[in-house]
Structure formats: structure tokens, C-alpha cells
Write a new protein. Sequence first.
Length: 120
Amino acid sequence: MTLAQNDRHEVCGLLLGSREEVDEIVPASNVASDPARHFELDPIVLIAAHRAQRAGGPRIVGHYHSHPGGLAVPSATDRANAVPDGSFWLIVGSGDARLWIASPMHDGQVQFAEGTLEVA
Ligand SMILES: [Zn+2]
């Protein structure tokens, strides 16, 4: 899969499928005011995906975004914005991609647990 569009901007999108398998990625525009450092999924894409899910369509299991020139690990901003809902966070860094799961800690804070990523 090719996720790059502008290598100085973070790219982002949704992951659809199940807990076991991501079947589909849906690229979304990054509408953050500072797209070189942050990402914000285009709400039009988000709303359409939620609407399709409610109508029995593919399940939204998480999203992906890139860290241009950075590591494929959650940043301080990612941690601050994450919700401990068990969703997948696929982070594409320079040279690799890693899957993280936003899991709840006992105090309700978010903890990123690394998942296994097998690209088929
Ligand atoms: Zn990030």
C-alpha cells in the first residue's frame, strides 16, 4: 500500500475490518491546521464511514497516520489525543510501520500496546 502523498505532511485515514484483520484502508485528507506536525481526519470521510458502519457496512477498527521522517511510535500528541477504546493506531514512520492498540489502563488513562502487524 502506498500512503505517501506529500512526504512533509502527515497522511491519515481509516482502517476497516475486524479485530483480526484490517481489510480496507480509507485515505482521508489531513485537515489539521499544521499538517506537517499533526493530523486530523477529514470529518466528511469520518462521518461517511460511521454512517456506512451503522447501515451494516464495514466496521471502523482504527486509523493510520504517518510521522514523516520520524519513528513509528505514538508521539506525546498522540498520547494526549488518544481515547482508551481499544482502537488500532497504525503509525507509519520513516522505513517502517507499527500497529498500536489504544488500551485502557486501570486508572482509565490510555496505554499503547503494540500489536502484531502482518502485511498480506
Ligand atoms: Zn502521531
